[in-house]
Design a protein around this ligand. Structure first.
Ligand SMILES: [Zn+2]
Length: 108
């Protein structure tokens, strides 16, 4: 059982990273279900009042519900050298954010 909301958030981030690495959503869904259960339990116990099932869109900066946020993985290239990948979260129901994600980079 997780100790803090931070732990739970980390697990959720890890689930996203696993998906980026090609782990099937079917598998990570189990983790996500656990995360939701833990988050709900903590909320019910009054540990945290913050909304949890939301993600911040990197394009428009708004907090959106989990099902409205998608992740675009792009190679991270610095000085022409591939250095890994960056995961860009965007609103999948907003054309401007979908388009923005294509050109967005954390390192410009
Ligand atoms: Zn957005």
């Amino acid at each position: 059982m997780a100790k803090t909301l931070e732990d739970v958030k980390r697990v959720r981030e890890i689930a996203s990273e696993l998906e980026q690495l090609g782990v099937p959503r079917k598998t990570t869904d189990k983790i996500r279900r656990w995360v939701k259960g833990e988050a709900k339990r903590m909320r019910d116990e009054g540990d945290e009042k913050l909304p949890f099932d939301t993600w911040k869109c990197h394009i428009c900066g708004e907090e959106r519900p989990d099902d409205k946020i998608s992740v675009l993985s792009k190679p991270l290239v610095i000085n022409g050298q591939p250095c890994g990948q960056q995961n860009i979260r965007y609103c999948n129901d907003r054309p401007a954010c979908v388009e923005g994600a294509e050109t967005f980079s954390f390192f410009k």
